[in-house]
Write a protein that binds this ligand. Sequence first.
Ligand code: SAM
Length: 208
Amino acid sequence: MSFTKKNLPVDVDAIKGFLADDEGEALFEAALNTAGLGPCLEVGSYCGKSTVYLGAACQQKNSIVYAIDHHRGSEEHQLGEEYHDSDLFDEQAQLMDTFKEFRRIMRKANLEDTVIPIVAASKLASTHWSTPLGMVFIDGGHSLDAAMADYRAWAGHVSIGGILAIHDIFPDPTKGGQAPYTIWRLARASGLFEELPTVNTLGLFKRI
Ligand SMILES: C[S@@+](CC[C@H](N)C(=O)[O-])C[C@H]1O[C@@H](n2cnc3c(N)ncnc32)[C@H](O)[C@@H]1O
């Protein structure tokens, strides 16, 4: 049966987030096709939009998704920045907090048996990581330091035949930030991956 977002366990259009339909579908297909190689891991869950696509695929295959996010928002989500959402701001702590909304969405989507939230910075979460992964999806911080740290921390854990996906690839600097594109170029030059067709702004590679 071909993919339709209507078959997802929750209305993805109602989830706050930063993912186009065709990118979500590509994540779903990649997670479905690689679930047999190991669990899926994403860096940057925000309110769980991408996690629902990945989780729905992994649930079908009895696999799991590790969803890493410190839930304090990226640079562009902070108070006064372009993508700040005051509904997701913890007034008491004076910090962003997307975890409550993320949990609400996972529960609503019936994915609590499939998605393991890791509420931590990506680099910290990777410190003792040794499990080979069927798929890694990088959509965390978009500063060069953050993107490089994510690439260094996680790309090497993708199993042979598995998928590395990187969001927000903009070869034209007038269209978007260059940090994800920089790690996309690193992956392409690494000799570790075969480049797959990009879907909208979602870069995809297969580990060879
Ligand atoms: C663009 S949003 C992710 C969007 C999400 N994938 C979606 O589908 O809507 C980026 C997320 O990365 C998280 N983040 C940024 N830097 C991080 C880091 N170093 N470690 C963990 N999470 C980080 C932010 O808290 C934010 O929720």
